[in-house]
Design a protein around this ligand. Structure first.
Ligand code: ZN
Length: 233
């Protein structure tokens, strides 16, 4: 088994680990104009990560957890809202239904999940990103919705990053200028831009990011995915 990652458009990724665990991050399916799969196509999920409660990130997390029995990871207030208002079972939430918070690490099904800070807005909690370490040590950082922050440097040092998933869309997150500089702080081996193209207000291509990244962080391999495309980790 080889690990892989698929982009479903926006901030929505599916990681399949070497141990065949399936991890959804910000599963925005039914209202996502870039998402090439339907909810019916999703048969299995072991872990579902939600960075914050905005509709384009919370997405279909509750439906996916309900149908697959996977474990939801989100902040306590966001998980609590999903339990009290959206009918999620507390049995399917990390830490015995309580959720987790920034700075913490949980091991679920052999996958190590660390919740990181992110700077953005939210209804039920603050905002987060995730560092996901697979069984073979391969480490993915999903920044969530955020502006740049200098602590990215510490995250990169503490959790050497193989692959960084960074928003570049502007309007609600980092723009290409900040995202390219973030590469120099995080120092990942590879990076995939996200949170662009989905809506007219967002940056419509990765071209500016690619050009800036080449200058700022020439050692980082930038991988541009089409929605639905899968690459081997
Ligand atoms: Zn948001």
């Amino acid at each position: 088994m080889v690990g892989s990652i698929q982009w479903l458009g926006h901030a929505n990724f599916v990681v399949t680990s070497v141990g065949d665990k399936i991890i959804y991050i910000d599963p925005f399916i039914t209202e996502n104009p870039l998402c090439p799969v339907s909810l019916d196509d999703i048969k299995a999920a072991d872990i579902v990560l939600v960075t914050h409660d905005h509709f384009d990130h919370l997405g279909n997390a509750v439906e996916i957890v309900k149908k697959t029995g996977g474990t939801l990871v989100a902040q306590p207030e966001t998980a609590g809202m999903m339990i009290s208002q959206l009918g999620l079972s507390a049995d399917n939430v990390v830490n015995f239904g309580m959720g987790m918070n920034i700075g913490a690490t949980a091991v679920i099904d052999g996958i190590t999940i660390t919740m990181t800070q992110a700077f953005h807005s939210s209804q039920t909690a603050s905002n987060t990103g995730f560092i996901v370490k697979l069984e073979d040590g391969y480490t993915i950082y999903h920044a969530g919705d955020t502006g740049i922050f200098s602590t990215m440097k510490i995250l990169g040092e503490l959790y050497p990053i193989d692959l960084a998933l960074l928003p570049i869309g502007n309007a609600f997150t980092m723009d290409p200028i900040q995202a390219a500089r973030a590469l120099t702080l995080l120092n990942p081996k590879k990076a995939i831009p996200m949170h662009y193209r989905t809506f007219p207000i967002l940056e419509q291509s990765a071209d500016r990011f690619v050009a800036l990244a080449k200058n700022e962080a020439p050692g980082v391999e930038i991988v541009i995915l089409e929605p639905g495309q899968t690459i081997v980790l």
